[in-house]
Ligand binder design. Sequence first.
Ligand SMILES: [Zn+2]
Ligand SMILES: [Zn+2]
Length: 304
Amino acid sequence: MARLKCKFCGKPAIERLKQYRLSLCENCFVSFYERQVERTLKRYKVVRKGERVLACVSGGKDSSAMLAALKKLSKNLDFSVEALHIDLGIKKDDYSKKSLEVAEKVCRMLDVELSIVDVSEYGVSIESFGRKKCAACGTVKRYVMNRFARENGFDCVSTGHSSDDIVAFFFRNWLSGNFDWSTKFLPRTEGFDKVVTRIRPLYFLSERENALYCVCSKIPFLSDSCPYSPDDEWKEIVYEIERRKPGFRRQFVTNLVKYLKENSEEKRGEFKYCKLCGEVTTSDVCAFCRLREKSGKRKKRDVP
Ligand SMILES: [Zn+2]
Ligand SMILES: [Zn+2]
């Protein structure tokens, strides 16, 4: 195979980005990637001037790439960024321990202040949820990041969702007839009441690009996936479509945002405050507190 050359500088390319019809070298890829994130932030007004952003870092490629890009862009776009790592207490394969170590390393390298919250402080243990661990984990993470951000005066919570996540999420919800998510899934979702604004700076970037950005800019990341997370079949379907139709993902999310912006008025249904913890919920007791109660009961049962 002939060696590919970087379209911008002529040096040997590290990757051919099919959807952009571009081959780039390491350095040019790094600036290309950062320009893509910057464009998302500006075009969709994802971050506003002077905002304090709380970036949730798991130690994985997506959130590590997100934190690095945000940190890089924060000066020019005039916002500040700090990081939060949620220690899920997963002992299997030392997963949580390894995740924490990487998150700490990334933050040290980027000179970003890191806060660590151990979910056991909130009275839950992921390990106590049998086969429902992943669903429980999602609920716990959303709850902790929102509460931590609000109690510590952040303007928004930033997560590392990629275009792969968004397309897979769309299919799963669309096919199960759940449309509640639609207004929530934009590059920026405004907060209300006790709910903090959520931002997704990597909305238009793929997992592959996030990993490549980490590699090219020497940002460490944990490549192990959670020992409990099942293979995501929808993700594999998304990869397959992308392989056959390069650019599919990007076009899909671009049009999804366009559609959501034009067709969904901000309708916010009734909400209540959780009887147990006071957070915003649609039922009497929030999903997190229901989990916490179950987790407590299970723990007791586990003790002989
Ligand atoms: Zn180059
Ligand atoms: Zn609650």
